[in-house]
Design a protein around this ligand. Structure first.
Ligand code: COA
Length: 183
């Protein structure tokens, strides 16, 4: 088996990133069936992935056999705020996080691994790379769906990485748990 390579994402990865995120998208009425595997609720447009790659050095992909099989989007709080503004999707959750956390906080946004490669340690490899490539002593934060269905896979994964739950934020019909860590 060839090795899994973690690297920064480039524009050519965008179609694969969209495919992986869509592959983990689940209709709201079926979410409970996927709580233990996890689900991606907001796949992004190609334009949004490109903007993330352009603006943040913390957008990573996992590659195996020359195929992208997972990715992670992370940014500092000011970068995610300006990206959302540019995309015309200013988000209450990000606005709340920007009030709670300093500008050097790293927000881990989307992490999604193709279904056939989950539980192979790829999420952990992406975080290892992120930690090594981010000279950072501040806080890390992420949000995880708690309602209508708790994303149990994601909670367990982020707890394994050292994140702990701080509070919940309600946005429309979604309740999101806010998880943070300090390294
Ligand atoms: C959640 C997700 C990102 C984890 O990535 P992964 O590559 O499968 O996780 P890893 O193999 O690196 O797991 C590292 C550790 O996290 C924990 N973990 C990961 N997935 C888990 C699951 N489904 N259930 C319980 N614990 C889990 C385990 O402690 C695991 O270590 P172990 O396998 O030695 O027990 C992946 O399952 C996924 O993409 N799910 C669908 C999309 C999603 O829910 N994304 C998160 C919200 S955006």
């Amino acid at each position: 088996m060839s090795e899994i390579k973690i690297r920064k994402a480039v524009f050519e990865d965008v179609a694969s990133m969209q495919k992986i995120a869509s592959g983990n998208q689940v209709a709201v009425e079926n979410l409970s069936q996927y709580a233990n595997q996890g689900f991606t609720i907001w796949p992004r447009s190609a334009e949004a992935y490109k903007a993330s790659i352009e603006r943040s050095p913390h957008v990573l992909v996992a590659e195996w056999n020359n195929e992208v099989i997972g990715h992670l989007l992370a940014y500092t709080i000011p970068v995610v705020k300006s990206l959302n503004k540019e995309m015309g999707c200013e988000d209450d959750v990000i606005l709340s996080l920007s009030e709670m956390y300093g500008d050097d906080t790293v927000f881990v946004d989307q992490i999604t691994i193709s279904r056939s490669h989950q539980r192979e340690g790829i999420g952990q490899l992406l975080d290892d790379y992120l930690c090594k490539s981010t000279p950072h002593n501040g806080k890390w934060v992420t949000d995880i769906v708690h309602n209508p269905v708790k994303n149990i896979a994601s909670v367990k994964f982020f707890e394994k990485l050292g994140f702990t739950e701080k509070c919940e934020i309600v946005q429309d019909e979604w309740t999101l748990g806010v998880y943070e860590r300090s390294l």
